[in-house]
Design a protein around this ligand. Structure first.
Ligand code: GAL
Length: 658
């Protein structure tokens, strides 16, 4: 179990370091991430290195039994870099070249930046790849910057030439006949830059794909350097999810030894628990079961407009929620709260108040809990239900010129996941941008899968034909991966399996929802649906579509395809997915779980996370052993879980449940 956080000894005098190691031992910390933003300390002048302090830090940590996740510091080039290599700085869409003063100020396509990054990574590799403290390499930090400079333009053109093969093919894929954008020379193609009106959506989408591949190239360069020195040390980079991040993590996952994820829920209410479950399931699915929570906030979280202190027990519950979903540990940003710098009030395991503080006490108790867990295998994805995740569809649906400003890919996927979470059903994610293997799943939910390749459409068809249950949400199967619309009626790629043909979209004013005849509500979105084989399960009960199908069901081959044309609210999705799952014979992880309690299986362990402010009891169908107290629980007996608390039960011998 990795338990610890980002540790920045370079921000502190050396006398604090001994105190740090002692406190880490007290808290049960097993590993810390060192060096993430330490470039200006490691290479104070170009080509001049100072590793003495890092030697002393690593030796001290090792002597204290603390492992090190050693970072390459390439997410924040030092000020000397700016002056020596102005071409290594990013240029934004308005043509403004940024300068140092923050972090992530570099252009990933610039040769001087790449050379400088390789150099410092290579030096670190040579010096520390055999240091006994080093347990893992952490390359860079949260790849995700964006640059539109001339060097980027050159790299973009080469990438496009490989993707499209010829200018003709590019002109076709980008529909450049629209608004006289036809390119007659590769040199005419630019990254999306400030322009007069709406940009070309296919150009914007390809640019985001290009950035993802370009950054991946930068990661792979460092990874291969480090691997060549000592192949036995696992190498990762921490993924961050955000609408601005042009990284297709599902693709990147194949290039890291273990998926590592940073996750910061931005809600203070139950939505934070739902987000945690979402992030954990997504990370586990990216990693094929193997992943590590690399960063989260131990205490104060940024909610919209203010910071929110986690209530007692919440740090523990969140952390164990990630572990229950397969994380190889719980790591935080950060170990010690800094006295200055841009994030000076960001929470830490050792806050400004020092170790005599609620957060440090909770960190210490969590350290004991993690140490008490039996050795766990990777959290193998074992769910029968999957939701689709597709970064390019997200990017395409962030574009301008769409039929509603209310379209929100992330919100749609989270809503589908949330409905299954509330139904207590274990959920994986699958990635239609990669070769799809749906054989493990019995039910797949497809929210807003706007772009779909012919291969993915065929995989969904085979899935349904051979007995699977597919639930298609609106805005799915609309366009080819290039973003060109598939004609003939939506959901074009899925018309045959869904047995419906959508002839018009009717985006709704979110303030004026429309009711459905099954008691549900359509908010923000509705469609005119023609039945071409499907039967209507709910119809619009008001508005211009009154009497028209809203939710449909279609038997296709041995399986079933549902189509949801309406922007259902949370209750509607939960009701629908509960009913569809029940029909498909899929049950909850554990029956009889009170509301607000989460039951998650990881191998032999059952985690019960009580998000309620009052204690609950949960009946167990078979005998189990409480891992934290050592007591046995008989079959049919109820296990008590304290208010905001967690119970972890060893369920070895239970018949297979997901
Ligand atoms: C992460 C980042 C950390 C820190 C943290 C604050 O995205 O990797 O360095 O900035 O956010 O929440």
């Amino acid at each position: 179990m990795f338990y610890g956080g980002d540790y920045n000894p370079e921000q502190w005098p050396e006398e604090v370091w001994d105190d740090d190691v002692e406190l880490m031992r007290e808290a049960g910390v097993t590993a810390v991430t060192v060096g993430v933003f330490a470039w200006s300390h490691l290479e104070p002048e170009e080509g001049v290195y100072d590793f003495g302090w890092l030697d002393r830090v690593l030796d001290r940590l090792h002597a204290g039994g603390i492992g090190v996740v050693l970072a390459t510091p390439t997410a924040s080039p030092p000020p000397w870099f700016t002056l020596a290599h102005p071409a290594g700085l990013p240029v934004n869409a308005d043509g403004v070249r940024l300068t140092h003063g923050s972090r992530d100020t570099y252009c990933v396509s610039s040769r001087p930046y790449r050379a400088a990054a390789r150099r410092i990574a290579g030096e670190l590799g040579r010096r520390y790849a055999h240091h006994p403290a080093v347990a893992m390499w952490h390359v860079h930090n949260e790849y995700g910057t964006d640059c539109r400079c001339d060097l980027t333009a050159e790299a973009f053109r080469s990438w496009l030439a490989k993707r499209h093969g010829s200018l003709e093919a590019l002109n076709e894929a980008w529909t450049t006949a629209f608004w006289s954008q036809r390119y007659s020379d590769w040199a005419q193609i630019m990254p999306p830059r400030a322009t007069q009106y709406l940009p070309n959506p296919a150009q914007v989408l390809d640019f985001r794909r290009f950035l993802s591949d370009e950054m991946l190239g930068a990661f792979v360069e460092q990874r291969d350097l480090l691997r060549s020195v000592n192949p036995s040390i696992p190498i990762t980079t921490n993924f961050v999810q955000g609408g601005w991040v042009s990284v297709d993590h599902a693709r990147w996952a194949a290039e890291v030894d273990i998926v590592a994820v940073d996750h910061y829920p931005d809600s203070a209410d139950i939505a934070a628990e739902e987000e945690t479950a979402f992030a954990g399931d997504l990370a586990r699915s990216w990693g094929g079961g193997r992943w590590l929570l690399m960063e989260t906030a131990p205490n104060l979280i940024y909610t919209r407009g203010r910071m929110h202190a986690k209530e007692p027990g919440r740090m523990t519950r969140h952390s164990l929620g990630y572990v229950a979903r397969g994380s190889a540990g719980a790591m935080y940003f950060q170990w010690r709260q800094p006295l200055g710098g841009a994030e000076l009030f960001h929470s830490a395991m050792v806050p400004h108040a020092g170790p005599d503080s609620p957060v440090f006490r909770e960190a210490t108790s969590l350290g004991r809990i993690l140490a008490a867990l039996p050795g766990l295998d990777a959290g193998s994805p074992a769910a029968e239900v999957a939701v689709t995740w597709d970064a390019p569809s997200w990017w395409a649906l962030q574009g301008a010129g769409l039929p509603s400003a209310g379209i929100d890919y992330l919100a749609a996927v989270r809503q589908a996941h949330r409905a299954l979470y509330r139904a207590g059903v274990a959920t994986d994610f699958v990635f239609p941008g990669l070769p799809l293997d749906l054989a493990r799943h019995r039910m797949v939910v497809v929210p807003h899968l706007y772009l779909v390749s012919a291969e993915a459409a065929a995989a969904f068809r085979d899935f349904v034909a051979s007995g699977g249950t597919l639930v298609l949400g609106p805005l799915s199967g609309i366009a080819e991966p290039s973003a060109r619309v598939l004609p003939g009626g939506y959901p074009a790629a899925f018309r045959e399996i869904s047995g419906v043909r959508v002839t018009e979209w009717h985006p709704l004013d979110p303030a004026s929802p429309v009711t459905l005849d099954d008691g549900g509500t359509a908010r923000g979105w509705s469609e005119r649906v023609e039945l071409t084989g499907a039967t209507a399960r709910a119809r619009y009960a008001g508005g211009v579509l009154a009497g028209e199908p809203a939710i449909t069901r279609h038997d296709f081959g041995d399986g079933t395809c549902w189509y949801v044309s309406a922007g259902l609210d949370d209750d509607g999705w939960e009701r629908l997915l509960r009913a569809v799952a029940a029909e498909a014979g899929i049950s909850a992880v554990l029956e009889g779980v009170p509301p607000g309690v989460e039951a998650v299986r990881r191998g032999p362990l059952l985690f019960l996370l009580n998000h309620n402010p009052s204690a609950v009891t949960v009946p167990l169908p078979e005998p189990a052993v409480d891992v934290l107290t050592g007591s046995s629980v008989a079959a049919g007996a109820a296990v008590g879980v304290a208010a905001g608390g967690v119970a972890i039960l060893d369920c070895q011998g239970w018949k297979a449940r997901r």
